[in-house]
Design a protein around this ligand. Structure first.
Ligand code: SF4
Length: 413
């Protein structure tokens, strides 16, 4: 049997600043919602945040709230309330746990920040680049709160991206402006928009550098750390605070590399995580991998907030490009090549696919990809069944045993 010992996670010092950024994000939204001092836009996680920031909106991300519902394990109890109003247990469990949270008037923001409820939106803005669920999710709130719903419809399952597709998304983004001007009561200001795009681009470059720090052997941090530290890349991109934060985090990771500090002491194996995190089990999984001297060094999920293509000189086109070139929008050959490129960079010795029951969009194990990649790269793969938020779909004992057997298989190679 593989050796399994109790371990503790090594805290990242920048975490203190991270906590403050996340708290300030919610306090600012809460105050604006209570006083009406600023307009609030709800935005999908890879939606047109730069445009919204550039037009003076505060931006709130329901998917971030969904992840909090998962991480605090409130989701499993709340999902049935959304099922009861007709939202199937088989669709996105961010959606169902968030709607359940609204119906039950329970939010993790209360315990974390003493905030009673999520901020009421003035407008709901989606991009279907990741899935259709986000549009249906926002449509529920549009009906419930009588708030305008606008969005962008992205081409999906794309191999080679065509210029007409980029121009289409750029135009759809631009077309949001009149509705947003009416809601905000302010005229669109190109310079302010370009500034938000530039800050978002810089955030993205730094976030990439942080993630790529895990190419070092031993790795200075893990996928489980990154799922926490990606907070500002998600909720604060387009702001100076996010840029400052990733400069700080990057310096700390580089210092760890210089000093040979490993996230997992005695790192013996390196793994790629493909698919959604299992939010309610991050700690347990992190500890299991650490005890098996295995570092999860890279993931598709955390890489999804790298938007290198953003360019303030071509703000609409570059947003179209950045939000279309995403992994989740692409076809299978592209995705396989992407993971192969990650393999060259991060030198992992196995891939774990998470088949998330309620998110087919982020479960890439279903059409033979694990087998094809295993053959091409000559490394083993493991699929575990679970879910991002609905822990009823996850058997912890079974996953634990499967992971242990997988690491034994790596030991034997
Ligand atoms: S991509 Fe998956 S997890 Fe994200 S909103 Fe869509 S269905 Fe939910």
């Amino acid at each position: 049997m593989s050796e399994e010992k109790k371990t503790t996670r090594k805290e990242i010092k920048a975490g203190k600043v991270l906590k403050k950024i996340m708290a300030d994000h919610f306090y600012e939204l809460d105050e604006a919602a209570r006083t009406g001092s600023k307009k609030i836009a709800w935005c999908t996680s890879v939606g047109p945040a730069e445009l919204l920031r550039g037009m003076g909106f505060l931006v709130y991300y329901p998917e971030n709230h969904g992840a909090m519902l998962g991480a605090t394990r409130m989701a499993t109890e709340l999902i049935p309330y959304a099922n009861a109003v007709g939202y199937s247990p088989d669709i996105c469990s961010y959606l169902t746990s968030d709607v359940g949270s609204y119906l039950q008037k329970k939010t993790p923001l209360t315990r974390a920040y003493n905030i009673e409820s999520v901020p009421r939106p003035d407008v709901l803005v989606f991009n279907t680049n990741q899935c259709r669920d986000v549009q249906d999710w926002f449509a529920w709130y549009a009906r419930e709160l009588n708030v305008p719903l606008i969005g962008i419809h992205t081409h999906r399952d794309i191999g080679q991206i065509r210029e007409y597709q980029i121009q289409d998304i750029a135009k759809q983004t631009e077309d949001l402006i009149p509705a947003l001007e009416e809601i905000s009561g302010e005229k669109f200001d190109m310079d302010r928009f370009k500034e938000a795009v530039a800050l978002s681009r810089r955030t993205s470059e730094l976030w990439r550098e942080c993630l790529e720090a895990a190419a070092a052997i031993p790795s200075p941090w893990t996928f489980f750390d990154a799922t926490i530290h990606m907070g500002p890349a998600v909720v604060a991109r387009g702001t100076k605070e996010a840029v400052d934060y990733y400069e700080l985090l990057l310096a700390e990771l580089q210092e760890r590399i210089r000093s040979g500090i490993a996230a997992v002491d005695g790192e013996r194996h390196r793994i790629y995580w493909e698919g959604m995190p299992i939010w309610g089990k991050l700690r347990a999984l992190s500890e299991q991998f650490a005890s098996l001297k295995t570092c999860v060094v890279a993931s598709t999920y955390c890489n999804s907030w790298i938007f290198d293509q953003l360019d303030p000189e071509e703000p609409f086109e570059s947003m179209g490009r950045a939000y279309t070139e995403l992994f989740i929008v692409r076809d299978e050959p592209y995705k396989e090549q992407y993971i192969k490129d990650c393999y060259e960079r991060f030198r992992f010795d196995g891939i774990l696919f998470h088949d998330a029951k309620t998110c087919p969009n982020n479960s890439n194990n279903r059409y033979g990809m694990p087998e094809r990649l295993s053959e091409k790269l000559g490394i083993p793969v493991l699929t575990i069944n679970g879910d991002l938020n609905d822990l009823r779909c996850y058997s912890e004992e079974q996953a634990k045993t499967n992971i242990e057997a997988f690491i034994e298989q790596l030991d034997e190679r």
